[in-house]
Write a protein that binds this ligand. Structure first.
Ligand code: PGA
Length: 255
């Protein structure tokens, strides 16, 4: 396993936070701070902030992502946004299957797979989220559950398209709770995900796959988490809303 084969990716998931005015301020503050980053820097912002973010990110090393997209190209899906619409705006990434969408918006492994396929067909890069709930961990089924999410998430996706997919392992009990998985726990599941990818495709594909950890990652714990051999980056919620905190995580990933 050679971590240096992989691209470290630090992505901020702003969730339903920041107006356009706040978006402008945060990206303008962030851009000079992350200029020298030796990792991919992504901000996944609400749909209404995408245009602002894309404009401000021009000429910087910040990439812009959305937080969801629909699986159909167009049609009678009131309130939805297609992958092509995002691409047309200059968006490069999209978060798919975040646990909040799974919990609150009836997202399933099957719709996660459909959205993933639609996104990569349109040319987006996908941050594909998987992760167990606390009760799954307590019942000792974390590996089975996360392997299942990974397998169905990647169903019918060609090996040639895997470079457009990043898997984000986010234990649901660690999201927004201040309760981080230990670096060992995070690495253990990331390794298991990599082994699952190796079984579906092959070892080379698994070795090349960027796998992030997410769940209360912050300036204080990022070093330890990102030093783990199978943790190639982070999907950051709360700490991505403050330029200094997000920059500290980016600096940790750039080491
Ligand atoms: P958190 O969120 O960093 O606030 O725990 C992570 C995420 O939900 O992506």
């Amino acid at each position: 396993m050679n971590k240096s084969l992989r691209n470290a990716v630090i992505a901020g998931n702003w969730k339903m936070n920041n107006t356009r005015v706040e978006t402008t301020a945060l990206i303008n503050e962030l851009a000079p701070l992350v200029k020298g980053a030796d990792c991919e820097v992504v901000v996944c912002v609400p749909f209404t902030n995408l245009q602002t973010a894309v404009e401000l990110a021009k000429g910087t090393n910040i990439k812009v992502g959305a937080q969801n997209c629909h699986f159909e190209k167009n049609g009678a899906y009131t309130g939805e946004i297609s992958a092509d619409m995002l691409v047309e705006m200059g968006v490069e990434y999209v978060v798919i299957g975040h646990s909040e969408r799974r919990q609150y918006f009836a997202e399933t492994n099957v719709t996660v797979n459909k959205r993933t396929k639609a996104a990569i067909a349109s040319g987006l890069k996908v941050l594909l989220c998987v992760g167990e709930m606390l009760e799954d961990r307590e019942q000792g089924i974390t590996d089975e559950l996360v392997a299942l999410q990974t397998k169905i998430g990647l169903l019918d996706i060609d090996k040639a398209d895997l470079d457009k997919i990043i898997i984000a392992y986010e234990p649901v009990w660690a999201i927004g709770t201040g309760k981080t998985a230990t670096a060992e726990q995070a690495n253990e599941v990331c390794t298991m995900i990599r082994n699952t990818v190796a079984k579906i495709y092959d070892q080379a594909a698994a070795d090349a796959m960027t796998i992030q950890y997410g769940g209360s990652m912050n300036a204080a714990n990022a070093d330890e988490l990102l030093a783990k051999p199978d943790v190639d980056g982070g999907l950051i919620g709360g700490a991505s809303l403050k330029a200094a905190d997000f920059t500290a995580i980016i600096n940790a990933a750039s080491k």
